[in-house]
Design a protein around this ligand. Structure first.
Ligand SMILES: Nc1ncnc2c1ncn2[C@@H]1O[C@H](COP(=O)(O)OP(=O)(O)OP(=O)(O)O)[C@@H](O)[C@H]1O
Length: 710
């Protein structure tokens, strides 16, 4: 194991500072937390005697001097004793520090220090703002909310009346007043029935409102994400976004169905109980109110803490998801490089952080419960004490005190419920911050305005002095002053070293990236019109694209070939396209033929490319872009497929504009023109023969590839 000097953190008792034996020592042994002993010269670590007692030196124990163990050497026994004393003091100090830190307000509860790195700069959402946003989402179905709240009010009034009639019934029976007893029992039964029915209705309506909220929230969020620029997906990860759509939306959904429902019910009941208590006995009522106010202050602090911890939990969950998603999607690489343990460790690290937050949340919940219980029992003791004295003084009857105790209990419990649900509400509001932030993202510029659509697209393409850099790397120019024109019926091949900007050129043509400099979109012309002015959906319907690593959806082969096809197609069309892409034979050899469900992992690279090529052929595009689209095909298939791609289009009997990006230079020799790129610039243009005669980069690359084959 390699250890650097930074790893060496010796620990010396202060008393060693003056020991001649140590000052003269040349070698010391350090016992590491790694359970390894290392003999090292003392001097580099102890340049002056004053460093010996430095408390920053923690995890390493000083065990011997010049090879003599401190334990066995009488000369050093005193040093050992001092060392042990110091260790004990250190332990006690750390125990005391730990105890102090876990008391309310202590450093252990601080969430912003250790985890500050995961808290993103999302705009804090206040409870009102979050509720307003939620209301906007469910406003169309406001009748559900209104019904729910009406039922809630009726249920609360009924429930709060029950203890009164319960006590009144008992005491009227005791007094022998039959009429009053009958009336009280009748009202008691009535309120019980109303409370039961209304509670059921309330629960059902709030449940429906909840479902509507989650659905709309997910719809809005998903639609906001789908219309983002591709550069957004370069920075946001799949794990994070799916976490927002899944867990965070679910958490936010508790607001209506659970939190608001229970908060409203309990606030109503607590208010009713308080009024009743004040009417019964105002001194007793004020005492109970004081206890409830203390409870409310504690619950407010607790709620704020829960909001903060919920936000952290949400961020940590998203990061853990991100890691799991990345590892699972790269499982083959993980397996080949044997990094399962490493990946497990990476995941566990975030789980531990999550657990640590949960621990604090549970601790805070414990403190909250402790406060509640203490205050609850204090209220009972106060009621019995003051109430009992009032009975003795003849100012209160036993019936009144019984009612008081019942309603006092009700008030405290309602306050507790409100607190509990406010903390849950705060958690949901905390979780909503990132969700609302994503929901507020404006769609990419290309979806905002509707552009031009022509009767017919011809397929003329012009790049006029185009320079471009990716938004995520604003200082690195990827394309510089690119001038290039392509005409219909032409096959243009783009070649060049890796990273020279070939794919970027077609990314811009497909408008996958919105350049920060809008001029770029005016410098790319399609049939003489700037790309910026064209309707992008209309244009994309007329473009076929096969990328370097085609991805398939987890559905049957037929649907994968039909995917995104702008016209109605029959199964025969699908099979024809598959035949032209030389995919038909392997598809029919699969167990369910065209109905075989595939995904990215169930087919070979070449088979996936053939399906992607069939998809492009089926669209019958005016402009066809092949970015390393046949790299995984065998030579014969590649030759045949290329022929088909150049062939006559179905409708207009004209050829299409074909752009081919290829590294295998032998496959593009027949192209009408070959464009050679280097460092984001076009350095050569011409036919295969012309470029060979030029003896430039293309000729050099061709020679290198020929040598490699030879
Ligand atoms: N999304 C992106 N964000 C930032 N930089 C990018 C992005 N995509 C590509 N680049 C950078 O732009 C440069 C050109 O990349 P591009 O993919 O166009 O090269 P290429 O010639 O197609 O390479 P290859 O032949 O390997 O596919 C590279 O330096 C690359 O790192």
């Amino acid at each position: 194991m390699a250890l650097t000097v930074c790893d060496l953190q010796p620990r010396f008792p202060p008393s060693l500072r003056h020991k001649q034996s140590l000052s003269n020592a040349r070698y010391v042994t350090f016992h590491f937390t790694l359970n390894r002993n290392l003999h090292l010269p003392l001097s580099p670590f102890l340049p002056t005697g004053s460093r010996l007692g430095d408390r920053r030196f923690h995890p390493v124990k000083f065990t011997s001097v010049d090879g003599l163990s401190i334990q066995n050497n009488p000369e050093h026994r005193e040093l050992q004793q001092a060392h042990q004393n110091e260790e004990l003091r250190e332990r006690l100090r750390s125990l005391f520090e730990t105890f102090r830190s876990i008391l309310p307000g202590g450093s252990w509860w601080n969430l912003s220090g250790e985890y500050v790195d995961v808290v993103t700069a999302s705009k804090p959402v206040t409870v009102w703002r979050a509720l307003r946003r939620m209301w906007q989402l469910v406003a169309n179905d406001r009748w559900v909310i209104f019904t729910a709240f009406s039922a809630l009010i009726l249920a609360a009034i009924s429930e709060i009346s029950i203890p009164h009639f319960l006590t009144a019934s008992v005491f009227s029976a005791q007094s022998g007043d039959v009429m009053v007893f009958r009336r009280n029992v009748f009202l008691l039964v009535l309120f019980c029935v109303v409370s039961g029915i209304c509670s059921g209705l309330r629960g059902c309506c709030f449940g429906i409102a909840n479902m509507i909220l989650v659905k709309r929230m997910r719809e809005t969020l998903y639609s906001a994400l789908l219309f983002q620029d591709i550069s957004f997906f370069d920075t946001a990860t799949v794990g994070e976004l799916t976490s927002r759509l899944g867990a965070d939306c679910q958490q936010v959904s508790r607001v209506i169905g659970n939190d608001l429902n229970l908060i409203s019910r309990n606030v109503l009941q607590a208010t009713g109980a308080l009024i009743y208590l004040l009417i019964l006995s105002w001194p007793l009522g004020l005492c109970t109110l004081a206890i409830c106010s203390a409870l409310a202050v504690i619950l407010l602090r607790y709620g704020q803490y829960q909001k903060k911890s919920a936000k952290l939990t949400q961020e940590l969950t998203a990061t853990a998801n991100e890691i799991a998603q990345e590892t699972i999607s790269l499982m083959r690489t993980v397996r080949v490089y044997g990094t399962e343990e490493l990946e497990l460790g990476r995941y566990k690290l975030w789980l531990e952080k999550l657990a640590s937050i949960s621990l604090r949340q549970s601790g805070a919940y414990g403190f909250w419960n402790l406060s509640f219980n203490t205050l609850y029992h204090s209220a009972q003791v106060v009621a019995v004490l003051i109430g009992g004295m009032s009975i003795l003084a003849g100012r209160l009857t036993a019936e009144q005190l019984t009612k008081f105790i019942l309603y006092g209990e009700w008030l405290i419990y309602s306050t507790w419920w409100v607190g509990d649900n406010i903390s849950s509400l705060m958690q949901s509001v905390g979780a909503s911050e990132k969700v609302f932030q994503l929901m507020d993202l404006m769609p990419s510029n290309q979806f905002i305005s509707e552009g031009l659509k022509f009767q017919r697209l011809t397929g003329n393409i012009d790049f006029m002095n185009v320079s471009f850099y990716y938004p995520s790397r604003a200082t690195v120019p990827v394309l510089q002053n690119v001038n290039l024109s392509m005409t219909p019926d032409e096959v243009v091949a783009i070649v060049g070293l890796s990273g020279s900007g070939k794919s970027t050129l077609v990314n811009l043509l497909l408008r996958l990236y919105e350049p920060t400099d809008e001029l770029v979109l005016l410098q790319i012309l399609i049939d003489g019109f700037p790309l910026k002015e064209l309707d992008i959906k209309w244009l994309r319907e007329r473009v076929g694209f096969v990328g370097q690593e085609p991805r398939l959806f987890r559905t049957d082969i037929s649907s994968n070939i039909k995917y995104g096809c702008p016209r109605d197609v029959q199964q025969e069309d699908v099979e024809l396209a598959a035949k032209e892409a030389f995919a038909h034979d392997f598809i029919t050899s699969l167990p369910n033929g065209y109905k075989t469900v595939v995904d990215d992992d169930l087919l070979s690279g070449g088979q996936k490319q053939r399906i992607a090529i069939a998809r492009a052929i089926l669209r019958d595009p005016v402009i066809l872009i092949l970015d390393e689209a046949t790299s995984a095909l065998d030579a014969e298939s590649e030759h045949n497929v290329k022929g088909v791609l150049r062939s006559v289009r179905n409708d207009s009997r004209t050829k299409r504009t074909v752009i081919v990006i290829a590294h295998r230079l032998s496959t593009i020799q027949a192209a009408d023109r070959i464009v050679v790129m280097e460092g984001g610039q076009i350095v050569e243009i011409g036919s295969h023969r012309e470029l060979l005669l030029k003896n430039g980069l293309y000729a050099r690359l061709t020679r290198i590839q020929a040598d490699a084959i030879a």
